[in-house]
Design a binder for this molecule. Structure first.
Ligand code: KIV
Length: 258
């Protein structure tokens, strides 16, 4: 698709019902079981508490809802940092639950892990730019990559991941021009989020574009529906009908033939 200059669409899914709807829509080229599930589904402040059990369970659910989809599953905090054997076991576990590929946050420092996982036959997507699993190390969700040395490092990280065999890279919250340079420099697709229009594709947290994230909606997300409001209106109507006696309606008693 990169060679044909066709934009790639990736959307998050965490459960079977959403995966079913996204698969039926045909809108997404890939589904991402992101560790954002910690914030979106489990109510955490960061992705750090998300465990292998969490991602494995949600991967299984998404696979059940979208049997034919290309599913990328996040390797959560520290799951690929403890040692090669643990990394491989964890990547393998997500594949057995239904992932088609795994996604790892990190650059040059994880290139060795990426190479080992790819060599074992597991496709790997990289994740550069803002790396939410390192939120405390970088001092919060702040704008980065404005300084030339940060930009140089990012480009080196991107090349290292490509050379290690990653099939694509997510690039989160970097300046548009930097994203454009990285996209042009790599042979593999760059999927942007909050990184401007010049990437090979875009990923969004599905809840953000559907208007389900309320005050947590990031500024770069465009809302295509207001499902949070629609849900509130629907459950309000149900409650009113129950309280007024309008629901349920009495059923006519079946007649018994003598
Ligand atoms: O976890 C996630 O949803 C992600 C996207 C923001 C790219 O990594």
């Amino acid at each position: 698709m990169k060679a044909r200059e066709e934009k790639i669409v990736m959307l998050t899914a965490y459960d079977a019902w959403m995966a079913r709807i996204l698969a039926a829509s045909g809108a997404a080229d890939m589904l991402l079981v992101g560790d954002s599930l910690g914030m979106v589904e489990l109510g955490y402040d960061t992705t750090i508490p998300v465990t292998m059990n969490d991602v494995a369970r949600h991967t299984q659910a998404v696979r059940a809802g979208a049997p034919k989809a290309l599913i990328v599953s996040d390797m959560p905090f520290l799951s690929h940092r403890i040692g090669p054997a643990t990394t491989m076991r964890n990547a393998g576990r997500l594949m057995r639950k239904g992932a088609t590929a795994v996604k790892l946050e990190g650059g040059i420092s994880i290139a060795g892990s990426v190479e080992r996982i790819v060599t074992a036959g597991i496709p790997v997507m990289g994740h550069l730019g803002l790396q939410p699993q390192s939120v405390h190390a970088i001092g919060g969700y702040r704008r980065q990559f404005l300084r030339p040395e940060e930009q140089r490092q990012l480009k080196q990280d991107a090349s290292a991941l490509e050379n290690a065999g990653a099939f694509a890279i997510v690039l989160e919250c970097v300046p548009d021009e930097l994203a454009q340079e990285v996209t042009a420099a790599l042979r593999i697709p760059v999927i942007g989020i909050g990184s401007g229009p010049y990437c090979d594709g875009q990923v969004l947290v599905t809840h953000d574009l559907l208007g389900l994230s309320g005050a947590q909606t990031p500024p770069f997300a465009r809302q295509y529906a207001q499902l949070g409001d629609a849900i509130q209106a629907a459950v309000g109507s149900f409650a009113r009908d129950v309280r007024s006696g309008a629901f349920p309606q009495a059923r006519t008693r079946p007649t018994v033939n003598a």
